[in-house]
Design a protein around this ligand. Structure first.
Ligand code: FES
Length: 266
């Protein structure tokens, strides 16, 4: 009679059996801590602003904060809803940018860089290289709910459309004369494009599924540009969180009359 071998114990085979959580002696926790603070600060600010439903539009200069674009509530300030509105006044718990915000959130939430950031900072899976995670098992992104991370490639296309809307907003502001606010909207949208086009899915759309670039010189050229942006994706991920907050804050201050917008060209 043949003896059946016991099933292999994967956890023992793949993990070092160390009593200490890590043998690292450097301050490895600083990175995850700063990441957690940065992301929490952005989410806190954005949440307050998105539900404030006020001070998002400067009619004289056509400044619309990206957090409210496109504005879709029937109660959007006159002139701010350039793409039209839905036939309802939104209650306080519905953001005026009801269609774009969820997709922007999902685009960032499933971004390859942000995944790394919050897996480390919040999920502790793992918190840093060579630091044991507290979870007993690991299924990666092969099962629900993390299986949904694979939808990132589709959110990329929606993010491109929303970047076009933001580009329209910046152009509309500049078409009403050049002020500091218009330049801030423009800088913000340029950086948003850098973040969106440096997406790993974009790089795959441009240069993926090819056996050779030899017959596709244009795609090769675009792929080299996107690859150059892609190498700075983490940088753009953080910079755009900052520029989104600064742009929104500027619109808030001008809209509420706290500061005046310096005009450069009328
Ligand atoms: Fe970060 Fe796509 S990988 S936006």
């Amino acid at each position: 009679m043949t003896e059946t071998a016991p099933p292999p114990d994967r956890s023992r085979r793949t993990r070092a059996r160390l009593a200490a959580r890590t043998l690292r002696t450097d301050r490895w926790w600083v990175g995850p801590l700063l990441t957690a603070l940065g992301l929490a600060a952005f989410v806190g600010y954005a949440t307050v602003r998105v539900f404030q439903q006020d001070h998002y539009w400067v009619p004289e200069y056509h400044y619309l904060t990206p957090f409210y674009s496109p504005c879709l509530s029937a109660s959007c300030a006159p002139g701010s809803a350039v793409f039209g509105t839905l036939p309802w006044v939104f209650p306080w718990f519905l953001p005026y940018a009801l269609v774009s915000l969820p997709f922007l959130l999902l685009f960032r939430f499933t971004c390859y860089y942000y995944r790394k950031a919050y897996y480390r900072a919040f999920w502790q899976s793992p918190p840093a290289c060579a630091v044991r995670e507290p979870h007993a098992g690991y299924t990666g992104e092969s099962r629900l709910p993390l299986l949904g991370q694979n939808l990132h490639r589709y959110f990329f296309y929606v993010a491109v459309l929303i970047s076009l809307v933001n580009t329209y907003d910046a152009a509309a502001a500049l078409a009403h004369g050049v002020g500091l606010g218009g330049l801030i909207l423009l800088a913000n949208v340029v950086l948003l494009w850098c973040y969106t086009l440096s997406c790993h899915s974009c790089r795959h759309v441009i240069g993926g599924r090819l056996r050779s670039f030899r017959k596709h010189p244009l795609r090769y050229r675009l792929w080299t540009w996107v690859s150059a942006l892609n190498s700075r994706h983490m940088l753009f991920a953080w910079i755009t969180l900052g520029t989104l907050v600064l742009t929104d804050m500027y619109v808030l201050l001008v809209s509420s009359g706290t500061i005046a917008d310096p005009r450069i060209l009328h």
